[in-house]
Design a protein around this ligand. Structure first.
Ligand SMILES: C=C(O[C@@H]1C=C(C(=O)O)C=C[C@H]1O)C(=O)O
Length: 452
């Protein structure tokens, strides 16, 4: 195990196909797995072959904003350079994979990259297993062949929960939102996203497998994730990049070092922007009424436009051919409905995935506009450290392929307690009471997943 500022370990990595395609959440042997799953496909991992945990950044503000991503990139590149990789599957997510979760605010400690000892992946009906073992000295040894008999986990129910409020109770949070609306109306900024937290306390250690199963069941279209105790189901995709290996067959340390971690000509990235929210209705009629209201709302259209424009501006120096839809679509989830815009672009050569993640975070959907002023107001009004909530969460492989979401609809699970988060975009026309109700709808994702 490595902690910053140590060097990553030298690893031997082997990926082989799995003859059967397992349900990813049925094979987890530990109550604290790593996961990234959408519609039954994705990656799960367990054990830790390497870990990087980053401290809070305190440099000059612009450098500080991206420093944790640059450190993570350097560490993973170094790990890849020293790794001996055998990969007979050659798909995104094969070979060495790091699961990552970054803090929302650079001034918070705890951004993390973890390379599991075992990774199981599943895509398009094909499954594979990767084993990662440390190697000592300079002699290259093969990783042991993975056992096809995967252990079946037995997730435990969570029992009765006790709930407590976090930094701001509902009334104080409504005041904070009202203060933000006044500051926006005074012209200090255009938009700020304010969040609140609450705690669930269980009698015993919370088994993340139970939580993950409920999240994937209820939010199949979302990205269900678990990285170092941060668990959730986010609808918001910050970045997906699919690059296949350019080196078929067995790769050695040198081949891995020159792998396609930077962009190639055909490299496309996609992102899903969400901003503008209504709850789901109790009946079809009410549901339609709320959807119509959302689609006709000038306040929500404006909030959405800020988010899309900020994404386009951020991508412009890094990408060509940015495609933004003419207007948002309606995305309906079990608890809420959102205005959504799918943006696609072609990555310029020599751009690394974590550089793009660094550039995109924080989007206006979780920070505000303009970013700097929004971050100051969040620090001033929220009264809490967001930790890794609303930060980028996802995975990256040796070729730069990866999927990164924004850690929303999430909770930080530590032992027997869970800290839940929910936030809302505030603009000049926001009604604080309506925002409190909206935060309630968003809390429902994790409240449901934690409740037996
Ligand atoms: C901040 C959150 O959600 C964000 C805020 C939204 C809004 O205000 O309409 C919608 C989606 C997310 O971008 C959250 O879920 O905690």
């Amino acid at each position: 195990m490595n902690d910053v500022p140590g060097f990553p370990p030298r690893l031997t990595v082997r990926t082989t196909p799995l003859p059967d395609c397992p349900q990813l959440l049925d094979i987890l042997p530990t109550p604290r797995p790593l996961a990234w799953i959408q519609r039954g496909e994705g990656l799960v991992g367990w054990g830790e072959a390497a870990r990087l945990r980053l401290p809070a950044e305190d440099g000059p503000s612009d450098q500080q904003r991206t420093a944790r991503f640059a450190r993570a990139r350097a560490w993973f590149d170094e790990l890849l350079d020293a790794a001996h990789v055998q990969d007979t599957v050659e798909r995104p997510g094969c070979g060495p994979v790091a699961f990552g979760s970054f803090t929302f605010d650079p001034a918070s400690a705890g951004s993390v990259l973890i390379v599991p000892q075992i990774i199981v992946g599943r895509r398009d009906g094909q499954a594979w297993i990767t084993t990662v073992v440390p190697r000592t000295g300079t002699e290259v040894t093969d990783a042991p062949a993975p056992s096809p008999e995967l252990v079946t986990g037995n997730p435990a129910p969570l029992g009765l929960l006790r709930w407590t409020t976090g930094a701001l109770g509902p009334r104080r949070w409504v005041h904070a939102v009202a203060a933000a609306v006044r500051r926006i109306q005074r012209g200090e900024l255009d938009k700020v996203v304010l969040a609140r937290d609450q705690y669930a306390h269980a009698a015993d250690t919370i088994d993340l497998r139970t939580v993950l199963k409920r999240l994937t069941h209820d939010f199949d279209d979302c990205y269900t994730f678990a990285v170092d105790g941060l668990v959730g189901a986010t609808p918001e995709l910050l970045l997906r990049r699919a690059v296949a290996s350019t080196n078929p067959g067995v790769t050695g340390a040198d081949a891995t070092a020159s792998s396609g971690r930077a962009a190639t000509d055909t490299d496309t990235v996609s992102s899903l922007v969400l901003a503008g929210t209504r709850p789901r209705g109790a009946s079809d009629t009410e549901d339609e009424k709320l959807a119509d209201e959302l689609c006709a709302s000038i306040k929500d259209a404006e909030e959405h436009r800020y988010a899309v424009e900020s994404l386009r501006e951020t991508l412009a120096p890094l990408c060509a051919d940015i495609t933004v839809p003419g207007g948002p679509e309606l995305l309906r989830l079990r608890n809420v409905q959102h205005l959504a815009s799918a943006v696609r672009a072609r990555l310029r050569p020599d751009t690394s995935t974590l550089d793009v993640v660094a550039a995109l975070h924080p989007t206006a959907a979780v920070g505000g506009t303009p970013t700097g002023r929004a971050l100051e107001l969040i620090r001033e009004l929220e009264g809490m450290d967001r930790g890794r909530y609303a930060g980028p969460v996802g995975w990256i492989d040796a070729h730069g392929a990866g999927e990164w979401g924004i850690a929303l609809r999430s909770a930080l699970v530590e032992g027997s307690s869970a800290r839940l988060f929910a936030g809302c975009g505030i603009v000049a026309g926001s009604d604080p009471e309506a925002e409190l109700a909206e935060a309630g709808s968003k809390f429902r994702v994790m409240r449901g997943a934690l409740s037996d």
